[in-house]
Design a protein around this ligand. Structure first.
Ligand code: FAD
Length: 384
């Protein structure tokens, strides 16, 4: 064992890399350990790039608002193209029940100061020209939400974190945590052992296995989702479209046109398919394409380039698990990002830095109430 790092981060993904950047920029010595050969190779690169602050609770809203500030200013402030597009999000309603649900939620979101409004069917047809008007009652529209490329973003954060002094060990799997006197003394991998003052679990799908190494339980289950991307075409619609209507075999699905003009989309299987199953299925494409074309017939002529499958690191209630462990004093949870780890990553990186340096603000304390590691996991996030 050589140097003792201020912080060891387990996982170089959507959360671990921006956390390393924020920690290194705060002047801390940081080591990030990942079993894969380079950053962002697991869930991060499976994300389709949606970024919104329009959630239903204070914690996710605050963290995502900060993420949006970081993503949207990145190119100007840091010089890298990360594909940021301020395209907004929309949730169209095709039933009175959905309209009421979304409008009730909008009141909560207005309470948090979010820029979201209800648009009429005619206005929505201007934002998404040619969308099915059959039963359309209107839609939410939050123009400040957006999108970026998870591949470009994680690499931009990675190189900037290296420049700030963060160190990485790729191709090393964490196999044990050496515990002594209620603390983690060292992180043990299949290739070495690293001493650190504090340890952050940002292991995504591997969260529960890492927590167990510290004698803790983090109820995070990988939940399989498939995504796909089309050829690029001229921009023809604005916001992310999230259709919340369930159908047999699937819950919601969502799609948007990215900074290069490609339509990117995915669907939520119902019932969920748990475990890690990296292979694509023959169910996904016919299921999602039928629903998308029914909703938006103009998509029918687009050619799909490729599809893939990845996992949401899901918690039972749809909220992340973030904060210092009560049982192991220098162990910090940053897991269970569900379907939002990419959008939460940069804001969370800064929050984790304040946790590490014990400089949490009153706002942070309120945020962390949404993400409490020891909660009952009995609630359910409205836009999970
Ligand atoms: C189809 C699809 C679409 C999605 N769309 C979006 C979206 O639009 N917006 C959004 O915000 N999110 C989206 N997500 C969710 C998002 O991808 C995840 O929430 C996010 O990537 C999780 O981040 P993470 O850092 O927790 O995990 P990861 O990015 O997977 O990082 C965890 C890292 O930990 C490493 N690791 C694990 N165990 C060990 C170990 N024992 N030793 C060493 N290293 C280890 C892994 O190798 C991995 O690199 C989508 C996901 C899918 C599958």
């Amino acid at each position: 064992m050589g140097k003792t790092y201020d912080v060891a981060v387990i996982g170089a993904g959507s959360v671990g890399v921006p956390a390393a950047l924020a920690l290194a920029r705060a002047g801390l010595s940081v080591l990030v350990i990942d079993g894969m050969p380079s950053p962002g190779q697991l869930s991060n690169k499976k994300a389709i790039g949606g970024i919104r602050a329009t959630h239903s609770d204070f914690g996710k809203i605050r963290v995502s608002q900060r993420s949006i500030e970081i993503f949207s200013a990145w190119k100007e402030a840091e010089g890298d193209e990360i594909g940021w597009l301020s395209n907004g999000y929309s949730y169209p309603a095709y039933s009175a029940d959905m309209e009421k649900k979304l409008k009730d939620l909008m009141q909560v979101q207005h309470g948090f100061g979010l820029n979201i409004r209800w648009v009429s069917p005619a206005e929505y047809d201007e934002l998404v020209p040619g969308i099915s008007m059959d039963g359309l009652r209107g839609s939410t529209y939050s123009p400040d939400d957006g999108s970026a490329s998870p591949l470009l973003a994680v690499n931009a954060f990675y190189f900037k974190s290296l420049a700030a002094g963060a160190e990485y060990r790729f191709g090393e799997r964490v196999t044990a945590l050496r515990l002594a006197k209620g603390r983690v003394g060292a992180v043990v991998t299949d290739r070495g052992e690293y001493a650190a003052g504090q340890v952050i679990n940002a292991a995504g799908n591997g969260a529960r296995a890492i927590a167990r190494l510290a004698g803790l339980d983090s109820p995070v289950e990988p939940d399989n989702h498939e995504g796909a991307i089309t050829e690029p075409v001229r921009r023809f619609f604005g916001p992310m479209v999230v259709d919340m209507r369930p159908e047999p075999g699937s819950a919601n699905y969502y799609f948007y046109q990215n900074h290069e003009g490609q339509v990117v989309f995915c669907i939520t299987p119902d019932p969920p398919i748990l475990g890690v199953h990296p292979e694509s299925t023959s169910v996904f494409f016919p299921q999602v394409a039928r629903r998308m074309v029914q909703l938006y017939p103009r998509l029918a002529t687009l050619r799909v380039r490729r599809s893939w499958r990845g996992q949401y690191p899901m918690t039972p209630d749809g909220f992340p698990i973030v904060g210092r462990a009560a049982e192991v004093e220098n162990y910090i949870h940053a897991v269970g990002m569900c379907g939002q780890g990419f959008m939460l990553g940069p804001g969370l990186g800064e929050l984790l830095t304040r946790i590490v340096t014990r400089r949490e603000t009153a706002d942070d304390a309120r945020t962390l109430m949404s993400f409490l590691p020891g909660r009952a996991f009995s609630g359910l996030e409205a836009l999970k």
